[in-house]
Design a protein around this ligand. Structure first.
Ligand SMILES: *Cc1c(COP(=O)(O)O)cnc(C)c1O
Length: 437
């Protein structure tokens, strides 16, 4: 088969996949995506992701490749790095990690040896699997000790983190969360790390877009290592980056010669080595190009306004849910997400309520609440957020309407007539705020 025959469009080549993609476009347009880890990426980002850059092998880094013909991917990777540095104020950026989970493992591998002690937030209180859960490689390779939230306020308790850090003497302290509705004090985490002689690492996967837009305080430039996905509030392609300080604050250089000492002090070099050749092969240069596009979009004044509107919408939604008698973990929100605690309606109600909401066209996800009395598959909470609704142009007024629907379904998840009526309202609202053409 010649390339001319091989190079046909998706519609001509594979109607099965083409039809599934059309179905997904329709689902996105006709429903309210309120999963806080999701956002709709731009056509510009998708064009870069779908470009010829996908065909290039480029192991190594710009101008230090193992393959010839890399001049164009060198340009695009350099552009992505420079834009990320400027967007977040980072000293060094590696744009090659394929995903947030990879980025975290690569960051650990750069500064830890198997068995080293680390602190991370418990999964069932808002942390991520890669922050040391037993089923994850992070929890198997390293000795993670987990901190949680305060039982009464459900807020991070920095005194408790400090106390645990003094007891455990970890080599690394990980901050950041996947289900925490409040501002995280990254400065406090960094100071605790300094006090106990540990590296600080912030995983800003969920809130990177808020940070880029100035709607949440940044862990940069002081935190040693900062990882983030690029597809959550940052609205870019499904991928990740690692940012870090150039210098390794904790480097031990006694007894080393000049060259070895220089390497020991080079944190940026350790991060790069850990990504390639440490754990990945050829970088996804088409996705790196899409990340460059995403960083350009995230640096605009419009993005800044969007980031602040996400939080305003989140607060408006929280007010409506509280007015409707629902319970929110921590009593509200400072960011893009909310966690409804359904325990007052019965333990383990998260499954039933999130499924009923989905039947009405409102997509959320079931989630544990702190000190949940049920299981992770049938937890007592529902996690939801406002990034995609904000992208569609919805404001506080629409949040009030959506909040009323959620309150009604949370109380009566098996009332199919209610679900059906809500579905109609959702379709009408979505029609007024279209997504993709
Ligand atoms: C989503 C998330 C990740 C993992 O990202 P993937 O791209 O799904 O691997 C890591 N850390 C946090 C805090 C997250 O929210």
């Amino acid at each position: 088969m010649s390339f001319k025959e091989f190079n046909s469009s998706l519609a001509e080549t594979d109607s099965e996949v083409a039809v599934i993609i059309e179905h997904e476009k329709k689902r996105l347009n006709d429903g309210l995506v309120m999963i806080p880890s999701e956002s709709m990426t731009s056509t510009a980002v998708m064009e870069a992701t779908g470009s010829v850059l996908t065909s290039k092998y480029a192991e190594g880094y710009p101008h230090k490749r193992y393959y010839t013909g890399a001049e164009n991917v060198d340009d695009v990777e350099t552009l992505a790095i420079e834009r990320a540095k400027s967007l977040f104020g980072a000293e060094h950026v590696n744009v090659q990690p394929h995903s947030g989970s990879n980025a975290n493992l690569q960051a650990y591998n750069a500064v830890l040896r198997p068995g080293d002690k680390v602190l991370g937030l418990r999964l069932d209180q808002g942390g991520h699997l890669t922050h040391g859960h037993a089923v994850n490689l992070s929890g198997k390779l390293y000795e993670f000790h987990q901190y949680g939230v305060d039982a009464r306020t459900q807020l991070l308790d920095y005194d408790a983190v400090l106390k645990l850090a003094r007891e455990v003497k970890p080599k690394l302290i990980v901050s950041g969360a996947t289900a925490y509705p409040r501002t995280i004090d990254f400065q406090a985490f960094h100071e605790i790390a300094q006090e106990v002689g540990a590296y600080s690492m912030a995983d800003i996967a969920h809130i990177a877009g808020l940070i880029a837009g100035g709607a949440h305080p940044s862990p940069l430039p002081f935190t040693d290592i900062v990882t983030t996905t690029t597809h959550k509030t940052l609205c870019g392609p499904r991928s990740a980056i690692i940012m870090c300080r150039n210098e390794d604050r904790l480097a031990q250089v006694e007894g080393l010669d000049e060259k070895q000492a220089k390497a020991a002090k080079n944190l940026a070099g350790k991060i790069d080595k850990s990504v390639f050749p440490g754990s990945q092969g050829g970088p996804l240069e088409h996705v790196i190009a899409a990340k460059a596009v995403c960083f350009k979009q995230a640096a605009t004044p419009e993005f800044k306004e969007f980031a602040h509107q996400i939080v305003k919408n989140s607060r408006a939604l929280a007010d409506e849910l509280l007015a409707g008698g629902l319970t929110l973990v921590t009593g509200g929100t400072d960011n893009h997400l909310l966690l409804i605690d359904l325990t007052p309606f019965g333990v383990g109600k998260g499954f039933e309520v999130s499924e009923a909401l989905a039947r009405a066209g409102i997509y959320t996800n079931r989630n544990t609440v702190p000190f949940d009395q049920s299981t992770p598959f049938k937890p007592s909470g529902v996690r939801l957020g406002t990034p995609v609704l904000t992208q569609r142009g919805m404001k506080e007024g629409e949040m009030a309407a959506v909040g009323k629907w959620i309150c009604a379904i949370a109380r009566q998840p098996s009332d199919e007539a209610l679900v059906e009526r809500t579905r109609g309202g959702v379709a009408e609202l979505c029609g007024r705020f279209p997504l993709y053409a």
